[in-house]
Design a protein around this ligand. Structure first.
Ligand SMILES: Cc1cc2nc3c(=O)[nH]c(=O)nc-3n(C[C@H](O)[C@H](O)[C@H](O)COP(=O)(O)OP(=O)(O)OC[C@H]3O[C@@H](n4cnc5c(N)ncnc54)[C@H](O)[C@@H]3O)c2cc1C
Ligand code: FES
Length: 293
């Protein structure tokens, strides 16, 4: 984080849907400018981008968000798309992890340090961390969906005493597709059990090979709450596995990704059944969306 910006007075923009402040309404409809302050390459097609949101006077604005919420990120001349917040609210700076998919994500990834992009939000409900407190937590992700889970993992690592046994089970296609590899050690140091697997190994890989569900077999987590994000097939398989281990469907929280336009419940682009992922999600419990996946 830029030292000069830290010294500036920080304004807070709230992501609480129940909030009624002018700032909160503005942040949902009017994009803030955000300066790119750092870029880390997570894999050949995925960047972790650190942002400094700015107000009209170029002062830093601190976003008030919770793990699992997302931003509408815009690139001038290209458009905007939903991107999960990959950082934890317990840490600075604000970060997003972007995987190249089409023209907007390519535009975001073409940005360099010092460039400006637009952000609206934060949007969505986020993971119900208060309901997870005092309980076991299993966090399971596959593919690019792991970005939104990193926010939750680092939030738990920073509030570790509030949670019981915490397990991360993460799978990627190949070792080169694994994100946040430099952070696994700090999660373990915080008392979080970390299991990693890949579908296809290479000569450098000494770890597990197989589906995320094979990790759960080894870990054998005790029932509690769960947070899942990833491809629908993976989510279904993991949710069924957890239910067979005694987890209750309402305690299994799933982050859904759907195409979005407005982010505020008006355009119907993001519907799953009769739910709007942008306003009623993106986090749903398995008993609510299990049949719709
Ligand atoms: C809540 C949420 C959080 C997200 N978080 C992240 C994140 O953290 N990081 C990240 O990289 N991405 C994230 N995404 C996904 C990202 O928003 C999409 O990939 C987005 O479409 C990228 O825009 P694009 O212009 O780059 O690609 P697009 O041109 O939109 O193409 C992306 C893919 O979607 C297909 N596609 C395009 N339009 C449609 C349509 N109408 N229906 C079905 N398929 C279509 C394309 O063929 C292509 O395979 C998130 C999405 C949601 C809803
Ligand atoms: S994105 Fe428009 S209704 Fe959800």
């Amino acid at each position: 984080m830029n030292q000069k910006s830290l010294k500036k007075e920080k304004r807070v923009r709230s992501g609480t849907l129940a909030g009624k402040g002018t700032d909160q309404m503005l942040s949902r409809y009017v994009p803030l400018q955000a300066e790119v302050i750092d870029i880390d390459v997570e894999s050949s097609n995925t960047y972790l981008i650190s942002l400094r949101p700015l107000d009209e006077e170029d002062e830093t604005v601190r976003l008030d968000y919770c793990p699992g919420q997302f931003l509408m990120v815009s690139v001038f001349g290209l458009g905007e798309c939903p991107i999960s917040i990959a950082s934890s609210p317990t840490r600075e700076p604000l970060q997003i992890c972007v995987r190249e998919a089409g023209k907007i994500t390519q535009g975001i990834m073409a940005a360099r340090v010092g460039d400006i992009m637009g952000i609206r939000g934060p949007f969505g409900n986020g993971f119900p961390v208060d309901k997870m407190k005092g309980r076991n937590v299993v966090i399971t992700g596959g593919g690019s969906g792991f970005a939104t889970l990193r926010s939750l993992i680092n939030y738990i690592a920073d509030n570790r005493e509030d949670f019981r046994d915490v397990t991360v089970a993460y799978g990627a296609r190949t070792p080169h597709d694994l994100y946040f590899t430099s952070e696994y050690g700090s999660w373990q140091a915080a008392g979080i059990e970390v299991g990693i697997t890949v579908d296809m190994m290479d000569a450098s890989w000494k770890g597990n090979v197989g589906l995320v569900t094979s990790l759960l077999k080894d870990i054998n987590p005790s029932p509690g709450t769960a947070a899942l994000c990833g491809p629908p097939m993976m989510i279904n398989a993991v949710a069924k596995d957890l239910v067979s281990r005694g987890f209750l469907e309402p305690d299994i929280y799933i982050s859904l990704e759907r195409h979005m336009k407005c982010g505020v419940g008006k355009c119907e682009h993001c519907t799953v059944g009769h739910y709007h992922v942008c306003t009623e999600g993106p986090i749903f419990s398995y008993d609510v969306v299990g049949d719709l996946l």
